[in-house]
Design a protein around this ligand. Sequence first.
Ligand code: FAD
Length: 117
Amino acid sequence: KLGNETAKAELGRSSWHLFHTIMSRFPETPTADESAALKSYIHLFQRLYPCGECAGHFGEILKRYPPQVGSRNAAAGWACHVHNVVNESLGKEVFDCAKIGDFYDCGCAEDEEGGTA
Ligand code: FAD
C-alpha cells in the first residue's frame, strides 16, 4: 500500500515536470498546427495517464478548464492553474504561478533561435 502511494507520487512528480517543461518550451506565437498538437497532447496525456483514478479526476478538470494553447504564456499559466486544482484537491500548497517563468529550465538553450550556448 505504502509502496503504491510512493510510486503514484513519483509518477506524478515526473509527469508534472515534463508537462510544465513542455509548456515552457512551447512557441510564444505558435502556428495553428502547433496549437492543435499541444491540445491533442494534453488530451492524450489525460487519456493515457497510467494512474486511472488520477486520469479520471484530471478529465473532469479538463472539462472545467479547457486547455489554453494560443501562446506559451497562456499554456504555461493554464498548466500551472490546473496543477493547482489538483494540489488543492489533494490538500497541497498552491503554487505561485507568477513564479513559473524560469522555474522549468530544460537546459535546451542551444535550441533557441540564434542561441550560441
Ligand atoms: P507535485 O504536485 O508532484 O509537484 C512537483 C513539483 O512541481 C512541486 O514540488 C513544485 O515545485 C512544483 N509545482 C507544484 N505546483 C505547481 C503548479 N501549480 N505549477 C507548476 N509547478 C508546480 N495523486 C493522487 O493521489 N490522486 C490524484 O487524483 C492525482 N491526480 C493526478 C493527475 C495528474 C494529471 C498528475 C500529473 C498527477 C496526479 N497525482 C494525483 C499526483 C500528484 O499530483 C502529485 O504529483 C504527487 O502527489 C506528488 O506530489 P508532490 O507534493 O511531490 O508535488
